[in-house]
Design a protein around this ligand. Structure first.
Ligand SMILES: C[S@@+](CC[C@H](N)C(=O)[O-])C[C@H]1O[C@@H](n2cnc3c(N)ncnc32)[C@H](O)[C@@H]1O
Length: 220
């Protein structure tokens, strides 16, 4: 079966991240994979939030490496992730930040809880239909005028990106959905977001894919 025909359940994705949480957290304790221009988009996202309204959900926070980055920029971040092991590691490494297990497609927070939602490479395992659910949830938990940031690998199609994990002896398949920035921007528009900033860049080795970061404001 072509990978493009495959859809991986959230339980399968969570199981892969559960089995690699310590590996991931040890390899990338902070912003080792990011380029300066990526971090400039994080700074831009924070700068576009009013100074007294910076409660931010790191949605798909993994082991929490971006929580201190958001806090250092002036946010009050909380984290949520599908993988219980990622959250265990986030609590171990970053106990000062509240974190919980939950899915982007059913965020465990009331309507209007946050000024910003930060999704740093966490929507990449969702097929379009589920991404639409996630954008609906992100919109729901934002306060009026709140902002979302979405980072992802560009391109198209679905790829198994678990080769690095398998090389380390863990038997896993992890499907990643590649999208064009304009496709993601259109989906955000469909969920009542206005795009305010966009980064699109080519791969910087060892990356093999282009990268994009979109920032969008929830329309009133
Ligand atoms: C590539 S990692 C990025 C983690 C973190 N944002 C970082 O930059 O270190 C993707 C993360 O998204 C989480 N994830 C995947 N699908 C999710 C979903 N539906 N809801 C919440 N988290 C999800 C995974 O468990 C994993 O921790």
């Amino acid at each position: 079966m072509a990978q493009g025909d495959r859809v991986q359940s959230e339980a399968e994705v969570a199981a892969v991240y559960d089995s690699t949480a310590d590996l991931y957290a040890d390899l990338f304790p902070s912003t080792e994979p990011e380029q300066p221009i990526d971090l400039a988009m994080v700074a831009q996202f924070v700068a576009q939030l009013p100074a007294d309204q910076r409660e931010v959900l790191d949605a798909g926070c993994g082991a929490g490496r971006m929580l201190p980055v958001l806090a250092a920029a002036g946010c009050r971040p909380v984290g949520v992730d599908l993988s219980a092991e990622m959250i265990r590691r986030a609590r171990q490494d970053h106990p000062e930040f509240p974190t919980r297990v939950g899915s982007l497609t059913a965020l465990p927070y009331p309507d209007g809880s946050f000024d910003g939602v930060f999704s740093w490479y966490s929507t990449i395992h969702l097929p379009d239909e589920r991404l639409s659910d996630a954008f609906g949830e992100i919109r729901r938990v934002l306060r009026p005028g709140g902002q979302a940031l979405v980072a992802f690998q560009t391109g198209d199609g679905v790829r198994d990106v678990a080769h690095g994990i398998r090389r380390r002896g863990i038997d896993a398949v992890l499907l990643r959905h590649h999208r064009s920035p304009s496709h993601v921007a259109r989906m955000l528009r469909d969920h009542a977001f206005d795009e305010t900033a966009r980064l699109v860049r080519g791969p910087v080795p060892p990356e093999v894919d282009g990268q994009a970061v979109l920032i969008a404001r929830a329309t009133p």
